[in-house]
Write a protein that binds this ligand. Sequence first.
Ligand SMILES: Cc1cc2nc3c(=O)[nH]c(=O)nc-3n(C[C@H](O)[C@H](O)[C@H](O)COP(=O)(O)OP(=O)(O)OC[C@H]3O[C@@H](n4cnc5c(N)ncnc54)[C@H](O)[C@@H]3O)c2cc1C
Length: 391
Amino acid sequence: MTDGIVIAGGGLAAQRAAETLRRAGYADGLRMVCAEPHPPYDRPPLSKEVLTSERRGDSIRFRADGWYVENEVDLLLGVRAAVLWPDERVLHLSDGSALRYDRLLIATGARPRELPTLAGYRNVSTLSSLNDALALRDVLASTARLVIIGAGFVGLEVAASARQLGAEVTMIESAPAPLSNVLGPVGGWFTDLHRFHGVHVITSTTVTAVEGDDRFRLLKLASGQEIRADHVLVGVGVSPDLDWLAGSALPTSGVPVDAEGRSQAEAIFAAGDAALTFDPQLARHVAGSHWERAARQGTRAARAMLGLATGEPPLESFWSDQYGIRINYLGHAPAADAYAVDGDMDATDFQVTYTREGRPVAVLLVGRPRELPQARKLMTNGGSLELLARN
Ligand SMILES: Cc1cc2nc3c(=O)[nH]c(=O)nc-3n(C[C@H](O)[C@H](O)[C@H](O)COP(=O)(O)OP(=O)(O)OC[C@H]3O[C@@H](n4cnc5c(N)ncnc54)[C@H](O)[C@@H]3O)c2cc1C
């Protein structure tokens, strides 16, 4: 007798997998091992509405308690996947118990990277969970000066939310512009946007030293600048949250999977931020921390577990909201050798199409959510821009 399908992780990919399994008629045991004390919830609002409004934690839940009862999904809250024995098909949990699975989905997501220079200070935090967001909301209610280190999407969104709340915001980025590793020179547009809204954006520098006791007071930058602030949010990217796989023979740096979410280990699948998917454009397995990717991979892995068709793999895509502007991004711009801008960057109404040898490899839409279907068509079509224009 086994515990049926076990899902390690209780986020988006896990939730989608559970829903898909039950919808497809899977009727045996289904357990979700969730490290957090909260039932599965959606993360994008954490850097947006949860900070700027009194939005309660339960308003971002995927499903009410009744759904888990009706669908016989056994939610194990506040318990971590701790040790995996793949040969025995046994997952040991942090409470000392163990589950024997038929199939296992690894969906433990990613955790924020930390900066050693800032480790241990009480007024330094990261943003990944609901508890992090509620704590940051409290900080912003009483904090006048916020420093954000790292101008990735989460850092940019928190900057926008904190400005909306009236905080004084300084953003420090080691690259020449926000997102320049993803978007190239177009990243400079984000510098202009945030400066326009009053953010003090400092690029091409890093924090080299900190002064303070248990709370930092002063940051010293490689550029020679010194910054006094009340709180620092570190937003320098994420890494798959897989330390618990140590000793299992599966990699702790991300689980490579095929297009259906299968890992190389028997009966083990992975989805979402914990999984590395093969990108034909880049010709290698890549990590990703995107909502749509996690949602679709959770669904696909669940279908593959039941031997059902999964369809075409999804395009890489991401959205962000900053100062009321919707930003959409599809594909992989770093693979590009050219780009073209259509529209008015000053009016926050434009599209950037990235190409390699004339073929589209990525699209950035700013203030044009309605163009998303057309951009998807452009990317999935894979044809040249001239061909698309003629069609
Ligand atoms: C603040 C924030 C804002 C975001 N905004 C956007 C956005 O605007 N657009 C977009 O496309 N994407 C956004 N994302 C990214 C998107 O939310 C993630 O890509 C998505 O949630 C990944 O889903 P997942 O299921 O892989 O992981 P998660 O949703 O992170 O869920 C993983 C869960 O597993 C749990 N866990 C970890 N280790 C263990 C363990 N050992 N045992 C059991 N459970 C464990 C974690 O606590 C977590 O609850 C945002 C992310 C954050 C943090």
